[in-house]
Design a protein around this ligand. Structure first.
Ligand SMILES: *Cc1c(COP(=O)(O)O)cnc(C)c1O
Length: 409
């Protein structure tokens, strides 16, 4: 018999979202009348916008004609889309040859780990989006589960908490580490400033580190002083890879389209080009993003598409405001509940003093029939916090907020 990949045995029990779904199902089975509202998983809810949807539908119909048909395209993506992404999102910062089109950011984060293998040292923000850690476990880079069960021996956790304004102490990171960094952050909602990201870039350049910068929420940044890409920071091109996606700004969570930027200047210790190896990964282990999705991506970068994406994000940011107001209610204030939200992300990160994350989750499910996400599922420093997601129809979010008024502590 074949041995199981030891990485799988080493994964800690239950990925967060299946466990949330299990508790929700169990509750619904016992209380069939409860109309449950989900502010849990970060999944988009609003329909595709017309200009972008039409481009995909026209392209799909074209595929049914001899003139409009196309088969495999370049694995790195359509040249026109690579150029347009470079031009629209990274003017003067990035060349099209540094942009790779993919089937989404999560897939890129998983694939990128093949570049570094099992020997690399890994540092993550704590709390963090689960795939940084779980992907590292699967490729064997995370080491064993710590004796106290709070993480992996081979991973350095960088707590991001209110006390440090959600920007980590980088001095805990060993030299030559791969640093996963997400801004605006999922789950804390924190958006790092230019000064903070400059610190991160300077640290990486002086310590031989590579940053995997997850910018999936760049479209939510409304404060013009905040950087939308790591390449706004001088020095980033010698130390940072950016991973990005149309999922959140264009509602492409089901359509699937993302991109990565791997600068030509970025080098491994032996002086070889990271971009070249990434090109090899993308052409060898990946066969190109859907051509229909890429047609949608091109349309999304037209002036009409850009305006539509802004409209979709504005819709979700309205929900952030609605929820922030509800969570500022007397009942929450009395319990010492603290809401952390910058208005530059779709998430509210909320601290409930003296309570465990899963207990808050159960309480809100039972008393309000609302599903949220327990912060402890994102890492040890998330304990005591709960994440409220702004992805939802206005009417559902408003109803959830009315139910919060009844929550008692
Ligand atoms: C949603 C999300 C992504 C996933 O993007 P896909 O392109 O849909 O795979 C990546 N990173 C973070 C932090 C996310 O929340």
């Amino acid at each position: 018999m074949i041995n199981r990949n030891s990485g799988f045995a080493n994964l800690t029990a239950g990925y967060l979202f299946p466990e949330i779904a299990r508790r929700r199902r169990e509750y619904a089975a016992k209380h069939p009348d409860a109309s449950i509202i989900s502010l849990g998983i970060g999944n988009t809810t609003e329909p595709l916008s017309p200009h972008i949807a039409k481009a995909m539908s026209d392209y799909a119909l074209g595929l049914g004609t001899p003139q409009g048909y196309s088969g495999y395209g370049d694995e790195q993506g359509l040249t026109a889309l690579r150029e347009k992404i470079a031009e629209v999102f990274y003017p003067g910062m990035v060349d099209a040859s540094e942009v790779f089109i993919s089937d989404g950011a999560k897939c890129d984060i998983a694939r990128i780990q093949t570049l570094f293998g099992s020997d690399v040292k890994v540092a993550v923000q704590d709390p963090a989006y689960p795939v940084y850690v779980d992907g590292s476990v699967v490729v064997g880079a995370a080491g064993k589960i710590k004796a106290d069960g709070t993480g992996y021996e081979g991973i350095v956790y960088m707590p991001c908490v209110p006390e440090n304004n959600f920007f980590p102490d980088l001095t805990v990171v060993p030299q030559n580490s791969l640093i996963y960094f997400c801004s605006p952050n999922n789950p804390t909602g924190a958006a790092s400033t230019k000064e903070e990201l400059q610190k991160l870039v300077d640290f990486a350049n002086s310590n031989g580190c590579i940053i995997i910068f997850d910018a999936a929420y760049f479209g939510f940044i409304r404060d013009s002083s905040l950087p939308k890409t790591i390449y706004e920071i001088p020095g980033a091109k010698t130390c940072a890879i950016e991973i990005n996606s149309f999922s959140k700004p264009a509602g492409f969570t089901g359509v699937r389209l993302g991109w990565s930027v791997v600068p030509n200047e970025l080098k491994f210790a032996d002086g070889t080009s990271v971009n070249k190896d990434w090109n090899r990964v993308m052409t060898t282990l990946f066969n190109g993003a859907s051509n229909i999705a890429q047609a949608g991506g091109l349309a999304a970068l037209d002036p009409e598409g850009l305006a539509e994406m802004k409209g979709i994000i504005d819709y979700y940011l309205e929900n952030v405001k609605t929820m922030a107001k509800a969570l500022d209610g007397e009942n929450f204030k009395k319990a010492g509940v603290k809401v952390y939200s910058t208005g530059n992300s779709p998430y509210l990160w909320v601290y409930f003093p003296g309570m465990k994350s899963w207990d808050v989750f159960d309480k809100i499910l039972e008393e309000c029939h609302v599903v949220v996400t327990p912060g402890s599922g994102f890492g040890p420093a998330g304990e005591g916090f709960v994440r409220f997601s702004a992805f939802g129809h206005h009417k559902d979010v408003e109803e959830a907020c009315r139910r919060f008024e009844k929550l008692s502590f």
